[in-house]
Design a protein around this ligand. Structure first.
Ligand code: HEC
Ligand code: HEC
Length: 261
């Protein structure tokens, strides 16, 4: 009788324990998700990509507009449209920043024939403060808003662009692209909370980029298991990058760590 009760109790505790472990694991995964990633989801949910294209980087044709297309967010053209972060918010909330309202009214409310076919909708009242923050973080990363001033870091950014690093690591290396079978379920961003554990020194950073993994992980059976099992693996760029490109890349990645926003 007692044995049966004890067994049921134990089973009960085990189920509760498993449940809490699961919740803790999901929380731990979730805590590593960046504002940029959340912002991409907001952009998807808000339909931004319908006009600005997938990821915001393939604006659709927009007859009668100056550029003949809806602006793509990337390509370094952001400075043509915004003078500061506040204006990014105004574009999204009001469909045009205060500074350009007058000019816009003249251009957009003349004869119907002169107006661009598509205009930017206003999202005020349709988006929460938190969603807007995340959306702005995503927009800034995609639009090269914070292009590093320091010349080596800026060159490193171009190297990352040229070699497709951002496709896997997200815009500015700040995304969380899904990676089945990996420890956290996504490719680690360069500015996330996981970085200090993955990259303990400049030597390890170099090792990651050149070999696609590090000795410290390969020697650890559990870490190695994840290295082997994850669906997407970090390519080793040893024979691809010049010494100079490597140095610039490292400068760029380390500069991201200093300036999180
Ligand atoms: C119906 C199509 C459409 C949708 C949907 C749309 N936009 Fe736009 N957006 C435009 C057009 C057209 C312009 C250019 C307006 C102009 O030049 O007056 C623009 C301009 C912008 C600009 C300024 C230009 C630039 O590239 O810096 C930003 C920022 C922007 N949109 C962000 C967003 C965000 C964020 C969303 C989703 C919340 C969104 N847009 C949804 C059509 C759209
Ligand atoms: C095909 C996808 C892919 C590409 C392209 C890629 N990486 Fe990675 N990268 C990964 C994955 C996956 C990991 C995680 C490896 C692990 O945990 O075993 C990773 C890990 C890293 C790390 C370890 C630390 C961290 O937090 O991300 C660095 C640094 C890194 N990559 C830099 C780069 C650079 C620089 C480039 C471009 C030259 C690049 N990666 C291109 C998939 C990629």
């Amino acid at each position: 009788m007692w044995n049966k009760k004890a067994a049921i109790l134990l089973l009960f505790i085990a189920i509760i324990g498993a449940f809490f472990l699961f919740v803790a694991y999901r929380w731990w995964q979730w805590a590593g998700v960046s504002a940029v990633s959340r912002g991409e989801q907001v952009a998807r949910d808000m339909g931004c990509f319908a006009c600005h294209g997938q990821g915001g980087i393939h604006g659709i044709p927009n007859p009668r507009s100056e550029e003949e297309s809806v602006p793509s967010w990337d390509g370094g053209t952001v400075m043509m449209y915004v003078e500061n972060e506040k204006e990014i918010r105004e574009w999204i909330l009001d469909g045009v920043p205060k500074r350009l309202k007058q000019e816009h009214a003249e251009h957009h409310h003349g004869d119907k024939e002169d107006k661009p076919l598509i205009s930017m909708p206003a999202y005020r009242g349709k988006i929460s403060e938190k969603e807007l923050d995340d959306l702005v973080a995503y927009f800034k990363a995609v639009s090269w808003y914070n292009t590093p001033e320091e010349s080596k870091a800026r060159k490193g950014r171009s190297v990352a662009l040229k070699h497709g690093c951002f496709s896997c690591h997200g815009p500015e290396g700040r995304g969380n692209i899904s990676n089945p079978g990996s420890l956290k379920g996504y490719i680690p961003p360069w500015d996330g909370p996981d970085f200090p554990e993955l990259v303990k020194s400049e030597d390890e950073l170099r090792e990651w980029i050149l070999d696609g993994s590090i000795g410290r992980f390969r020697k650890n059976p559990i870490a190695n298991q994840f290295l082997e099992n994850q669906q997407i693996k970090m390519p080793g760029y040893r024979d691809v990058l010049t010494q100079e490109e490597l140095e610039h890349l490292m400068t760029y990645i380390l500069s991201l760590r200093k300036k999180i926003k």
